[in-house]
Write a protein of this length. Sequence first.
Length: 454
Amino acid sequence: MQKTQTAELKLIPLQAFDRHQSVPDLVPNLQVLPADFGLAGDKRHFFLAIHPKGYRLRLSQQAYDLVALLQETSATISYEQAAQRLSESWHISLDAYTLYRKVMTILAPVGLLADNPTPASRPRDMLAFKIPLLPPSLVTSLVHFLTWLYHPLIAIPICCLASLITLIFLFKGMPNITTMNATPQTLFWTYILCLCSILWHELGHATACRRFHAPLGPIGFCLYIIFPAFYTDVSGIWQLSRKQRAIVDLGGIYFQSMVLLLFYGLYLLTASQLYLFAVASIVGSILFSLNPFLRFDGYWMVTDLLGLIALDQLQQAINSACIHSLRQGKGRMRQTLQALRMHMEQAIPETTPTWLKLSLLIYVLVTNIFWLWFFIKLFYWLSGLFQTYPGQVAMLLFQVQHQSWMAAGYTLGKILIPCFALFGLISLILRLTKNGSRSFLPQKPSNTSIHKEI
């Protein structure tokens, strides 16, 4: 879910503009619905527009009024007549040329006009190397008979029991597992079991969508920054309430918790080291998914409960406010703080409770520190891993020669994971270079193209 960058538009000069020309037509079959967006205390109203081509837009009240007017009149009135109607609705003095500029700068860039149904630019995708594996029709068939798992009488006991076992494992089981020496075969099958649990995780998101009658997208494989991952396209849940969106966000972890209970039970019955390592891998996967700094389940849960589109857009706006404040303050503390307050009000509404403002500021600060730490650790991790590559390749060839296939699979994984990480890092650098300084410029909050894959 990223913001659309507005392209340069060639507007008709005021001197050549005919105020009697008809307003343009909207794209046919455009749906506009009320949407549950906005921080606590934000008195603005937002709407969800579903484009015929499938992508979704968050509309401000002003953008919605423009869309509603064009849907109602549809090229039957002139800009001058439309401006008079909106002047009464907005309680301002609006002339025909100003309305023309609003239509061309608010609606045209995101592809809402019939003569230009393609947006000037699509939102930047944080996922690289996307490969759809299961089409929406197959996903719908798979989850059709699983929605009963979200009944409260079933979901609540499973969540409570899984949380209890996770805590027991973290405080009692984890110290024991660190002293065990697993064979390559055990680690290979641990990877397989963990992979199956992650695919089941994705079905958890899809099942929650089905439970709330939201449209389903495909399930696929992707590369997020440096992390190989599976994804489920759940962009259709933007039309749901915050609570329902949060349930979809946590649906994957909920489904993975079922597998956690299964493997833990098998470990208690068999005392097999394999199931203990599988439990450890699932616990690690769940904790990683709850990370609020990366675009995984925890990030989207916080985003949806707050009523935001994306937390990193807020981070970008606050960072931009700090940069502009330092420039305007010119080193003087008072002027810098005044400028910061002015820019902050553009990022966070003034009516937002103080505790929430402080929480968001702390989140942005911690996130900036996290990303700095992340890239430093990533550099040292990659440099250390690639130094061991010649030995790993030699080991792989030796294992293949002696037909030790499970051990070879484990070694191959150790070789491929750094390659994925390096590929993701290069892809990220290329995307940042392509976007350039636009990432640090203030963005208009009127229309936001939104997409969601978790």
